[in-house]
Each structure stands twice: as structure tokens, then as C-alpha cells.
Design a protein around this ligand. Sequence first.
Ligand code: NAD
Length: 361
Amino acid sequence: MSDPAGMAPFVSDVATPRVRFGAGELACIGDEVDRLAAKRVLVISTRSAADAVDAVTPRLGQRLVEQIRGVAMHVPVEVVADAQQRAEGSGADLLLCIGGGSAIGLAKALALNMKLPIVAVPTTYAGSEMTDIWGRSEGDTKVTGRDRAVLPRVVVYDPLLTLDFPPELSATSGMNALAHCVEALYSPSATPVTSMYAHESIEALCSSLPRVIVDPHNVHYREGALFGACLAGWALNATTMGLHHKLCHVLGGFGLPHAGVHSVLLPYVVAWVSSAAPQVTEQLSVRHFAGTPPWLGLWELGRRLGTPSALTSVGYRADLEDEVVRHVLASPPESPRVITESAVRAILSDASVGAEPAAQA
Ligand code: NAD
């Protein structure tokens, strides 16, 4: 809905992959590889996507030259080095990744170094397949960057592949997707177009995720959640993320699980940022949470989905606090509200015990 006070000028310049979406679309994978004129395919997959890989590989025939089955969270540099050796040894001219953000992340790390095209088949809701953002970790530090070379050329969304995605992982992964949308709305680089995608995604996720948890094998609910994830990835790619994603990346560097951390932190960061962008806060509240403040709406959604409520339950220890604060303040993200040491400490302290979030003046 346009603002009666008028719309500020904006620029929209977003590169996106070709997207195929729908139950059974995995069957088209051979055609998509042919469209890219690829002759030597390296398949990278998460172990839990074994069934999907088994369905895909016969369709590749002679074009399948190498497979990496099993990936690691946060793309460790040693894993990249090993995968690159195998990619070079096989003479691969296309990377086909099947799985969540970890499989897609490894393909992106290779694409960054080797300039190979990616075809992505996501099986979680993390959204990496829609972005030009790469990441890799070395020791306890995770580095991220942006490069068009890592944006997949084609993404095939097939909800049938997500039917066995466990409900507890579906819930945290869905909260990860919601976090992209919420930070896209609060982002200083938001435009009416990015906000439209973000709101549409939140609507799809909020209505599908609770149903997915109750009836995980229902393909229509899975379709809704995957569609929300696709739009969330689009919104992530088209904007810059704020304190929430920064904290998740820093904590990821310490080995905490990505989606679990997103699920816990999101309501606390929203409670902190909300006063700096009251219009966004109001829209979130009215459009998605029946007038409840969005930090409480998100917190209650998490309780409904059964996601972890305290950072300590996903491996956080109080002795990490100083290091986390140091990393965040060393390169703070763009944010509508000035990021201070006391704000970061307050968020970590409340989130570590799972206290009910409250707006921070
Ligand atoms: P993941 O890929 O590690 O998957 C999470 C878990 O789900 C794994 O145990 C995996 O085996 C399992 N799984 C995946 N698909 C399954 C399926 N269909 N059925 C059963 N189990 C399944 O994690 P993720 O949450 O998808 O992604 C997180 C990673 O992606 C992090 O490293 C994060 O930084 C990165 N990420 C990057 C971007 C980006 O734009 N670059 C965006 C979001 C996330």
C-alpha cells in the first residue's frame, strides 16, 4: 500500500537466479544443466539429501564427474581447499548443490575461487540460494562478502524434497528466513519493492510454519514455507542486514548452530531496534501479529513452533560475551539504531536466559 504522504525515490538493482518452483520440479534438473551447456557436473550435497541426490544423479548420466556427499556448517576453509582440489581434478564446469545453506555455501566458496556456475536445489529455508553472499570460517572467525560470481544461475525449489526435513529443524530454519525479512524491513537500504517481498514472505512463513510443525508431510504447507523462504532469500539479497545477522554470524564463528541462534535472538534484536523505525514496527505488528508488538509476536511464534528460547540452550556461554561484543563493535553493520556496547550486552544477557523480550528505550 503506498504512503498517502508520497513515496521517496528509490533505485532497485537486484540480480536474481532463474527459479523453478513446484512439486516434482526436480525432474527438470537435466534440462537446466543443458540450458547452461554444462558437460561436467560436480554434485555437492548434504548427507540428509541422499534421496534427492539418488533421484538426480541418473538424470545427469555421463555429465556427473564428481560427488561430494557431506558438508560442514559455516564452510571451514580446510573443507573448501579439499573440495577445490576435487573440483579441479574432475574438470567440473558446473556445481550442482543439493541441501541447506552448508551445501550451498560450499558451492559458493568454490564458485568464488573457480568462477563456475551454480545450480542450487535447497532443502531448508535458509535462503542462501537466492543471494550473492558467500561466507567461510577460519578458526573462530567467520568472514562474509558479496560477489555476483556466487549467485546461483538456477534454483530449483521442490517441496517434495522437504517432506522429511525434521519439524524442529524446519522451525528454526523458518525463523532464519523470518529474520531475513524482518531485517530487510528495518534495513536502511529497504525500498518499497524489498519491503513488499519481505511482507509477502512473512505472511507465507507465519501461516505455513505452524502447520508444517503439526503436519510435516503435507506438501501444501511445505510449498507455502518454501515459497516464503524463496522470497526471504530474495529480500536478504536485495538489502543489507543489521545487528541481528551480525550477532548470528559472530556466534556462528564460535560454533553455535546458525538457525537455532537466529530463532533465539530475533525477538530481542527487534525489541531493541523497534523504536528507531516506528513505522516498520507498526506495519509488522498490524500486518502479521494482530496488533501485538512484533518482538512479542515473534517470541510467541517461536514458543508455538517449539524453537529454542535461550541462547544457553544452543551452546552459548557467558564467557563468550566480551569476545562477541568485540567482534560486533569492530565492524558494526548498517543499522537504523546506533549499536552500542551496552545494547549488545543487554541483548545477549536477556537472550542467554530466554527472558520475555521487552522494548528497549
Ligand atoms: P545446513 O545446511 O547445515 O542444514 C541444517 C541441517 O538440516 C543439517 O543437519 C542438514 O543435514 C539438515 N537437512 C537439510 N536438508 C534436509 C532435509 N531436506 N531433510 C532432512 N534434513 C535436512 O543449515 P542451514 O540452516 O540450511 O544453513 C545455514 C548455513 O547457511 C550457515 O552457514 C549460514 O551462515 C549459511 N547461510 C548463508 C546465507 C547466504 O546468503 N550466504 C543465507 C542463509 C544462511
